[in-house]
Write a protein that binds this ligand. Structure first.
Ligand code: ZN
Length: 314
């Protein structure tokens, strides 16, 4: 009797386990690569992580493909910043059940850390006033800077939120998820210290960034940019803005201007031409970094190297 029960239980549990395993392969689906760095560290060895935005695409201008919508609908867990950043998945993500979703911009710990977005009224006085305003509406540019993955502090809070949701959804994997979160926090703390040391000598160096993405990172590490070419990379900077930047470059107030791998507009090179300013690259999405346990620290380190390789040396 006992033997039969055991057999039956074994058979049943194989069926159940099979179903659970199939479900687990549906994965954590994140909007942007750096959120994948965080999620893949937490979900490591438990469930795969998939990134929606393809390498080389802009977080400000993407449209979901039918296959993306399917991946979203089948996800175990969806992780995104919120409708003010990923307008491209707003409808699908908003309709997704809260129990299987992390919306980073609305986490209770994150709200008090939000920084205001840049107020770019001053470059709306040019000829393309209407175009700029329309563009802003189209891209849901709100009150706050939504490049939240560039804050090590918010990254940690996001990791905790992803961990907590995965524990609710996959309680059988709690031990592994707990260990992964502990490792993530330890790695992050060590890298944060290293990056702080690397960037400390560069405080006070002047530079311009291509788009207004880096506020959280710069605030955290005590860097101050002189300004940005544009708030929304899809919108050409106004003539007045370019003139102001050019004036500061000619007066040698800046050491570097930073373009991005996603955007290499001729306008940045044109503004820098004939001055002694150096051209650098900052990658706000960590395009060439593979997902995995150490990927978020690698992303913070890569950015630090990108800043310092251009800014140091004079
Ligand atoms: Zn951006």
């Amino acid at each position: 009797m006992l033997h039969k029960k055991t057999l039956l239980f074994a058979a049943l549990s194989t069926v159940l386990w099979g179903a659970a395993a199939t479900q687990a392969s549906a994965a954590v689906v994140v909007s942007l690569k750096p959120l994948g760095f965080i999620a893949s560290a937490i979900a490591d060895g438990v469930t795969p992580t998939e990134v929606l935005l393809p390498d080389g695409a802009s977080e400000h201008d993407y449209s979901l493909r039918p296959s993306d919508a399917k991946r979203l609908q089948n996800a175990d867990l969806v992780v995104w910043i919120g409708p003010e950043m990923e307008a491209f998945m707003d409808k699908t993500a908003t309709a997704f059940p809260d129990a299987k979703k992390v919306t980073i911009s609305t986490l209770p710990g994150v709200k008090p850390l939000l920084m205001k977005g840049a107020d770019d009224d001053d470059d709306d006085h040019g000829h393309n006033h209407d175009a700029a305003e329309k563009g802003d509406e189209d891209h849901h540019h709100g009150e706050y800077n939504m490049h939240l993955w560039l804050s090590p502090e918010i990254a940690r809070l996001s990791a905790v939120a992803i961990h907590d949701k995965l524990v609710e959804l996959m309680p059988q994997s709690r031990a592994k998820l707990d260990a992964n979160l502990k490792d993530f926090e330890a790695n992050l703390a060590a890298t944060d210290k290293q990056v702080g040391n690397e960037l400390a000598p560069l405080k006070g160096k002047g530079y311009f960034v291509f788009h207004d993405a880096y506020g959280y990172y710069e605030k955290h590490y005590g860097m101050t940019s002189l300004g940005h070419f544009t708030v929304n990379p899809e919108i050409q900077p106004g003539a007045q803005r370019l003139h102001e930047i050019r004036t500061q470059l000619v007066e040698q107030k800046a050491t570097c201007v930073f373009a991005e791998p996603q955007f290499r507009p001729a306008v940045v090179e044109a503004v820098a031409r004939g001055t002694s300013v150096r051209m650098g690259t900052l990658d706000p999405l960590g395009t060439n970094i593979q997902l995995g346990k150490a990927s978020y620290p690698a992303f913070l380190t890569q950015l630090a190297n990108q800043y310092s390789s251009c800014l140091k040396g004079d």
